[in-house]
Write a protein that binds this ligand. Structure first.
Ligand SMILES: Nc1ncnc2c1ncn2[C@@H]1O[C@H](COP(=O)(O)OP(=O)(O)OP(=O)(O)O)[C@@H](O)[C@H]1O
Length: 249
C-alpha cells in the first residue's frame, strides 16, 4: 500500500505552560478535503505551522509521501509540494493579480529577483489559466488593492496553486468575507482544487462550510485530535456540539 500523502507521528510542542501539540499522529490521504475544527487555542494553526516547517516540533515527525520533511526549511517543504494560504491573504497589493501569480511562479523556479524579472517568467498562460480557475481572469490586470476581500482570497489560493503543490494547507479560507459570499468562494475553491488535483486541509470555524465542503473532519482539542469522521458524524456528535459548536444537545 502506498504511503499517505501526509503523515504526522507523535508531534509534540510546548509554549511555556501550554502544550500546543500533544502527541499528534494523523494520516491524510490524497484527493480529500479535510477540515480541522476545534475551540480557540486547541492547536489547529500550530499543526499547520509544523507541517509547513514554520515551527519545528520538540519531538515527532512529519512525513510527506513517506519522506521525513521535519528538518527541512519552509522553502524546501514548499518545493516538495506543500503550500499554505493564510487567514489574511499574503499578496503584493500594489501589484496586479497576474503579477502576484508570476512572482509565485518565479519563486518556485528559484529566480533570484522575481520582482525585477517578471517579464521573463515563462508561465504566463499557466498563470492566466489559474486565474480563470478561480473566476478572477477578468481582474488579472487590476492591482490587488482595488479588489474585494473575496477576490483577494481567491487570488491568494491561485498564488498557492502557482507553486504546483500536491497539498494545500489553509487557515480559515473564508474568514473576513461577507457571509453571503462564503459559499460562492468555497464552491470556486473546491472546484479549482479538484481540477488541479490538490488535496486540502483547512482550519474552519464556520460549521456550515465544514458540513458542505469537507470530505472529512478532524476535531482538535487541547493539542491533539479528539475525533475524526465524516462531516455528518462529527457535526452531530454530542461532544462537538458541546465543546465546539457551543450548543447543548
Ligand atoms: N509562537 C507561539 N508562542 C507562544 N505561544 C503560542 C505560539 N503559537 C501558539 N501558541 C499558543 O499555543 C496554543 C495553540 O495555539 P494555536 O494558534 O495553534 O490554536 P488554534 O487552535 O489555531 O486557535 P484559534 O482557533 O484561536 O486560531 C495557544 O494557547 C497559543 O496561545
Amino acid at each position: 500500500m502506498s504511503a499517505p500523502l501526509l503523515e504526522t507521528r507523535n508531534l509534540m510542542i510546548r509554549f511555556g505552560g501550554v502544550i500546543a501539540a500533544n502527541d499528534v499522529s494523523l494520516k491524510i490521504e490524497a484527493g480529500r478535503n479535510l477540515a480541522i475544527i476545534g475551540p480557540n487555542g486547541a492547536g489547529k494553526t500550530t499543526f499547520l505551522n509544523i507541517c509547513t516547517g514554520w515551527i519545528k516540533p520538540k519531538s515527532g515527525q512529519v512525513l510527506f509521501e513517506g519522506e521525513d520533511i521535519t528538518p527541512l526549511p519552509p522553502r524546501k517543504i514548499v518545493r516538495r509540494g506543500v503550500a499554505r494560504a493564510f487567514q489574511i491573504p499574503q499578496l503584493f497589493t500594489e501589484h496586479t493579480a497576474l503579477e502576484n501569480l508570476l512572482i509565485s511562479a518565479a519563486a518556485r523556479e528559484g529566480m533570484r529577483h522575481p520582482l525585477r524579472d517578471l517579464s521573463r517568467v515563462p508561465e504566463r498562460e499557466e498563470m492566466m489559466h489559474l486565474l480563470e480557475m478561480v473566476n478572477c481572469a477578468d481582474v488579472a490586470h487590476r492591482t490587488v488593492d482595488e479588489l474585494s476581500e473575496g477576490q483577494r482570497k481567491l487570488i491568494d489560493i491561485a498564488v498557492a496553486l502557482a507553486l504546483r503543490p500536491r497539498l494545500l494547507l489553509m487557515d480559515e479560507p473564508t474568514s473576513g468575507v461577507a457571509s453571503s459570499q462564503k459559499h460562492k468562494i468555497m464552491e470556486i475553491l473546491i472546484r479549482a482544487l479538484a481540477e488541479a488535483r490538490v488535496t486540502s486541509v483547512f482550519v474552519e470555524h464556520d460549521m456550515g462550510i465544514v458540513g458542505d465542503y469537507a470530505d472529512e473532519v478532524a476535531v482538535w482539542n487541547a493539542g491533539n485530535v479528539q475525533l475524526r469522521g465524516t462531516p455528518t458524524e462529527i457535526l452531530e456528535h454530542p461532544d462537538v456540539i458541546r465543546d465546539v459548536i457551543g450548543e447543548v444537545a
